[in-house]
Design a protein around this ligand. Structure first.
Ligand SMILES: *Cc1c(COP(=O)(O)O)cnc(C)c1O
Length: 447
């Protein structure tokens, strides 16, 4: 049963911002440009995508893409998501500006990832795919795709980064509830996994290895498909349901925000809320500042280079020009697992290179402090990732003009991240600064 009172708030279209700004993308998008040094390991398999999603990722002519009616009915089960004024939080921090937040944590997967998981499962099912394989880091994406596959009667296999698999057993448990097969990565069931296992005795794993395992596993059958949770244009597109919806909600109270703030992993929750508002700001001649927030430990926008790089360090995924710290960079083990990716999406990178939005980096302790403050005042425990955006909002609220308004995208809940908050309270957590030597070495590949 959907929320009948606000049925018309849920968008009928996605905002295809690629159509507005594709001219900003690098002209020469060929792989020859990358330094040979970047390819650390050649693997002769490539990810494949179904036609619908490939078309969505490359569509430069349709500014708006209709959400199929039967797919929209699945969105109606948990949308619209709340838009709230954070009055108690404003008071707590002595904000001069009004603070609003869009909350994407109130669904079974606990994050915005479900917005693309449902869309992808829908299109895979239509294309005759029977089995989805994916890699997940902290597990939010794995939970979302496991649930979505179950909804559409698709089989689902997830390779989850070993260290998170052991630290957060609730995540694989949730995936299994929805009948997914979950492997701790590196696993013994793929060639990549077996090689990594023999090399690495600690078995920490990484998203790059989990992704490589998923791609290898997916390429074994033509009814099996590899799916990805962020970064691709089609994923950013699906997430614009957030921004289109928030515009409908804000129009009801006659408000246009002066600041939009979201955390930045590969960029899908930032793009999801920002793209529709960037377009609306232009159409309505409004001034609005967009701020992407990253951890000091993985500062691809504030300290990275804009260069051709591969998307994982096994060299399987396609090359694109992006803000990157280099694929050899490994972020410190901060609790915001979703923000540890070394690069950013191609479209967002092009926008950032053209100064269409700002970026800042926040320390781990400051983010968790802000997250806890938000929980105490607003009654919602943000995901450690979302807490970065909240922390930046505190800073901005201090110098923003009186009467101005800030909109934060709270991308998920932190109910499976209590250890992070507890460690913060005990004072046994650090700021998560990067290993400077590793960062220098990784960036040197581009000099
Ligand atoms: C995955 C994730 C992120 C980071 O990914 P983006 O694609 O940059 O949005 C942020 N917050 C939460 C809760 C996540 O699960």
């Amino acid at each position: 049963m959907s929320n009948l009172m606000s049925d018309n708030i849920v968008p009928f279209n996605w905002c295809n911002y690629l159509a507005d700004e594709h001219r900003l993308l690098p002209e020469n998008r060929c792989a020859e440009k990358i330094s040979r040094k970047l390819i650390t390991e050649k693997v002769s398999i490539a990810p494949k995508q179904i036609l619908t999603l490939l078309r969505q990722s490359a569509d430069i002519s349709n500014t708006s893409i209709p959400i199929p009616t039967d797919l929209r009915s699945f969105y109606l089960r948990y949308r619209p998501t709340p838009l709230q004024r954070a009055s108690a939080f404003e008071e707590e921090i002595g904000a001069k500006a009004q603070i609003f937040y869009k909350y994407e944590g109130a669904n079974i997967s606990g994050s915005h990832k479900l917005n693309t998981a449902i869309a992808q499962a829908y299109y895979y099912k239509k294309a005759g795919v029977k089995h989805i394989v994916t890699g997940t880091g902290a597990g939010q994406w794995g939970s979302a795709i496991a649930y979505a596959c179950n909804l559409f009667g698709l089989q689902c296999t997830v390779f989850m980064v070993g260290v998170s698999f052991r630290q957060k057993p609730e995540r694989p448990a949730m995936m299994r509830l929805f009948d997914a097969q979950v492997y701790e990565s590196p696993s013994m069931i793929t060639k990549v996994g077996r090689v990594k296992r023999s090399e690495n005795k600690e078995l920490f794993g990484s998203l790059a290895v989990a992704t490589a395992e998923a791609i290898e596993h997916a390429n074994q059958s033509k009814y099996t498909q590899f799916a990805i949770g962020s970064g691709e244009n089609c994923v950013l597109l699906h997430q614009t349901i957030i921004g289109n919806e928030v515009i409908n909600q804000l129009d009801q109270i006659n408000l246009f925000p002066d600041y939009v703030i979201a955390c930045m992993g590969a960029g899908s929750n930032f793009a999801g809320i920002s793209f529709p508002l960037m377009r609306a700001a232009k159409q309505r001649s409004r001034q609005c500042k967009f701020v992407a927030v990253e951890p000091v430990g993985c500062p691809k926008l504030t300290r990275g280079v804009y260069a051709y790089d591969i998307n994982d360090f096994s060299g399987i995924t396609p090359v694109s020009k992006m803000y990157t710290l280099g694929n050899r960079f490994i972020a410190p083990g901060i609790h915001a697992g979703g923000l540890r990716y070394h690069g950013t999406s191609e479209l967002l990178s092009a926008l950032y290179a053209n100064k269409r939005f700002a970026a800042c980096a926040i320390k781990q302790k400051d983010s968790l402090k802000a997250g806890l403050l938000f929980a105490k005042s607003e009654g919602i425990l943000p995901a450690p990732e979302s807490a970065y955006a909240i922390s930046a909002a505190i800073d901005i609220a201090q110098y923003a003009k009186k009467g101005s308004s800030i909109l934060i995208n709270v991308s998920g809940h932190g109910l499976f991240d209590l250890t992070a908050y507890e460690e913060f309270k005990k004072g046994v957590i650090d700021d998560g600064f990067p290993n400077e030597e590793l960062l220098r070495e990784s960036l040197a590949d581009f000099m």
